[in-house]
Design a protein around this ligand. Structure first.
Ligand SMILES: [Fe+2]
Ligand SMILES: [Fe+2]
Length: 183
């Protein structure tokens, strides 16, 4: 089924949102690098790469269905955050925004009886649950740690273990908690 004009427009906008997500996480990675949190920077770079993968899924879906991808302008992201906690909190709010966009796309697919889009979007519904969960775990961890330099160092080391495609942070949580108890 050829993609309809409304779905094509909405997916072109989503390519922009996913790419803007990558841009935001690259900016957070850069800020982390500048402040010596190389592990958190690594985590954000892996996240940014995943977001590019998300943009590509929409790019391919439009093309596979005879549509035309049109790239839209991306806003300049924030450059600096007050603390690792505030950066990860901002990442969480951003993921909530993206989840809302995915829900709107699902709604549109239903309105348009676009089964191909609806099935393709199911992957994103599941992905957003995982992403919100993984960011929440880091936020919880950083809230526990507070101002403990030792705790931040441990968390940075653990988050640096993340490679692109891996979202497991449960071990990092346990380590951070151990680090906090140790100080
Ligand atoms: Fe995404
Ligand atoms: Fe995301």
């Amino acid at each position: 089924m050829m993609i309809g004009p409304r779905m094509q427009q909405a997916m072109n906008e989503q390519i922009m949102h996913e790419t803007a997500s990558a841009y935001l996480y690259f900016s957070m990675a850069s800020d982390f690098h500048a402040k010596g949190f190389d592990g958190m920077a690594q985590w954000m770079k892996a996240q940014a790469q995943e977001e590019i993968g998300h943009a590509l899924r929409f790019f391919n879906h439009i093309n596979d269905r005879g549509g035309r991808v049109e790239l839209l302008a991306i806003e300049k992201p924030q450059k600096e955050w007050a603390s690792p906690l505030s950066a990860f909190q901002a990442a969480f709010r951003h993921e909530e925004f993206i989840t809302g966009k995915i829900d709107e796309l699902v709604q549109l697919a239903r309105e348009e009886n676009d089964n191909a889009a609806e099935i393709m979007l199911q992957w994103f519904v599941t992905e957003q649950v995982e992403e919100e969960d993984s960011v929440t775990k880091v936020v919880d961890m950083l809230e526990l740690i507070g101002d403990s330099g030792h705790g931040l160092l441990m968390t940075d080391r653990e988050l640096g273990q993340r490679v692109a495609g891996s979202l497991s942070t449960s071990e990092a949580g346990a380590e951070a908690q151990a680090g906090k108890d140790g100080t």
